[in-house]
Design a protein around this ligand. Structure first.
Ligand code: ZN
Length: 318
């Protein structure tokens, strides 16, 4: 109409417009963010649980990690289809079977994933917290010599340590410890893909899959650890940042500095929250130089501590 009328209208319209936009943004965020997402707070962890978790972290043993990696690299090659691959599955089945409280199975038919279950104490909960690592190895230049100490004997050793330590406690939710075959190829599908597909088909309630791969090479003692998450698992990165300082683990954490394929992606593909932690550099992976002398057991221990702290919190001590 005239200049005055326009000014009155815009003075009135602007706040309404801002409020409407804010309301739409909030509504969009509520729709996008899954209920478990969001930065955690220290107050969410009862002090008694913090002390129990800290005690568990202190039980992760570098000598155990060293011995497991040594036994695995001693099999010459764990390449899918090599004799050492089958021997590794039997060795790992035996190691997990010797831990009280776990039930152990081969899963996935010929692919022979090895999966151990620590049943939750709350029979009305179907929630599963899961941790895993692939046990096969690869050396394209010489498949018969693939010691795979850092890739991925170290990750397997961490999972075995978490199984040993966590099985001495009782949790509300079920925890599964998975050792995957054929991550580095050789089969029609990777072991984790076979599992994650079945989990989705059966509508399993997996709260988190935590992957250990490339988890122990730190030649210069930098203690830099990358946390690889997607939108569905951003909350786990937040939790790891918090726990890294709460439990004085001492990593310098980076977020999504790496972007490589490993078993966590099989879970992403099925819509499950999954996270992988990753060392700073790959160097000896997939070569005959990937031997036990490249493994930092201190780095592996700290990596395992960070993972255990998250799993124990999510699984909820009984
Ligand atoms: Zn690997």
């Amino acid at each position: 109409m005239d200049a005055n009328g326009t000014n009155v209208k815009s003075r009135f319209l602007l706040p309404v417009l801002v409020m409407a936009i804010c309301a739409m943004v909030v509504a969009a965020m509520v729709m996008l963010i899954p209920p478990r997402m969001g930065a955690p707070s220290n107050e969410d962890i009862p002090l008694g649980d913090q002390e129990a978790i800290a005690d568990m972290l202190s039980k992760i043993d570098e000598a155990e990690i060293h011995d497991t990696v040594f036994a695995l690299q001693d099999l010459a090659s764990r390449h899918y289809g090599e004799l050492g691959n089958a021997k590794a599955s039997e060795y790992l089945y035996g190691r997990l079977s010797n831990i009280d409280g776990l039930t152990v199975e081969y899963q996935g038919g010929d692919i022979r994933n090895v999966i151990a279950t620590l049943p939750g104490s709350n029979s009305s909960s179907s929630t599963i917290c899961m941790v895993g690592a692939h046990y096969d190895s690869v050396n394209d230049a010489d498949p018969a010599h693939a010691p795979g100490a850092t890739d991925n004997g170290g990750g397997v050793a961490i999972v075995l340590e978490l199984a040993r330590v966590m099985s001495q406690h009782t949790f509300e939710n079920t925890i599964q410890f998975a050792l995957w075959n054929a991550e580095d190829g050789g089969a029609d599908a990777r072991g984790s893909e076979v599992y994650a597909q079945q989990a989705a088909d059966n509508e399993l309630d997996i709260l988190l899959y935590l992957n250990f791969d490339s988890s122990c090479y730190d030649p210069d003692g930098h203690l830099v650890l990358d946390v690889m998450s997607d939108q569905r698992s951003q909350w786990v990165s937040d939790m790891m940042v918090q726990h890294n300082s709460l439990y004085a683990i001492g990593f310098t954490l980076t977020l999504n500095a790496h972007d490589c394929w490993s078993d966590h992606r099989a879970f992403w593909d099925q819509g499950y929250p999954a996270v992988m932690t990753h060392q700073e550099d790959h160097d000896p992976a997939h070569t005959s130089r990937d031997t036990i002398d490249k493994v930092s057991t201190l780095y592996a221990k700290k990596n395992g501590q960070l993972g255990l702290s998250v799993l124990a919190r999510l699984a909820q001590l009984s």
